[in-house]
Design a protein. Structure first.
Length: 114
């Protein structure tokens, strides 16, 4: 259970009765878990030579247990200076195409010789 990793033991993530009593349609996946998948998207893209400098997300919707979601990223800005910083727009979508988590990351692209 992701609650142990995140420290978020809110019962809406594991108790259907509590979740529905609080107005949710059922148990929902931890937003931090989806954020971790977005972070994985970045690290897979960067490889061992890159570095995430900033990472910020907002939670916009819900992901439900057993529901697939996809992570996306698009480079929106590249620094022209020697710092090699790149800004990336990131988001996760549920099967209905709704963005459930979205945000921005700034990454440092190292040269392959670094």
């Amino acid at each position: 259970m992701y609650a142990g990793a995140s420290g978020d033991y809110n019962p809406i993530h594991y108790d259907r009765d509590v979740a529905t009593a609080r107005g949710l349609p059922g148990i929902i996946v931890h937003g931090q878990l989806v954020s971790a998948c977005l972070m994985q998207l970045l690290t897979d893209w960067l490889g061992v030579s890159g570095l995430i400098k900033k990472f910020s997300v907002s939670y916009k919707g819900m992901t439900f247990p057993g529901e697939a979601f996809t992570c996306h990223g698009v480079v929106t800005k590249k620094s022209e200076s020697a710092d090699r910083l790149v800004t990336v727009s990131i988001w996760a979508e549920n099967p209905r195409g709704e963005k459930t988590v979205s945000g921005t990351a700034v990454v440092h692209l190292k040269k392959s010789s670094e």
